[in-house]
Design a protein around this ligand. Sequence first.
Ligand code: GLP
Length: 265
Amino acid sequence: MQVIIRDSKAAATELAAAIIARELRRRPNLVLGLATGRTMESLYARLADLHRTDGLDFSLAVTFNLDEYIGLPPEHRNSYRYYMNQHLFHKVNIDIRNTHLPNGMAEDIAGECRRYEETILDFGGIDLQLLSVGASGHIGFNEPLSAMRSRTREKALTPQTLAQNGPLFDDPSEMPRRAITMGVGTILEAERCLMLVTGRSKAGVLAEAVEGPVTSMISATALQLHEHCTVIVDEAAAAHLENKDYYRWIFDNEPEWKAFREMDM
Ligand code: GLP
């Protein structure tokens, strides 16, 4: 795992967008795993900018989202399909047929989860998985005690997650109590993971995710087991990290980050 600390949310977002853009230019048919939530909104806005101003091309890209609420149709403004259309898919030149989310309206949810896993495999697996972390420590909707080897499945949401995401609904009591989510095992099979975490409210959970012991109580700690995971944070989210100087030293010295150090951010 590598942790990169940027001065501001804007700079952290800019770096994450630059990494994605570089991967997409290298591999135009990139299989990109996508996340939702407030953190991702500015990242998608930046990717849409890069499409508009620099011609960043999504025409051959394929996407798989981490999760979807059970019981919300795609046109519901709180469904993750709606979120993705609004924040990214309708703003870039992606072929909408190449964008995949679990179907939260499926009659056979277990069958839908199996189908989702098979579709990911049909595309050769996920090349780059974007992630953030929820207040409960979840990645996707892998709530506490999600098995490290779990696959795409139905999960009950914790009261903490209901409290975190409920305010996004016109009537918070309408928020579904269950969701379909890729499993921790599914996420760990991505070739590369890129986690973006910003804001003071995430400082505690971020420190546990990065520097705490690996535990299924905090699914984000599973990323410590991943071979190529980059965690980008702003100063506010980094507040409780113990080894900040080491992380800064890595970013300032490792050749891998040279092109990004020289970026105008
Ligand atoms: C939702 C998603 C998670 C995401 C989280 C972060 O719960 N299921 O994948 O990490 O939101 O939300 P925010 O960025 O709003 O803090």
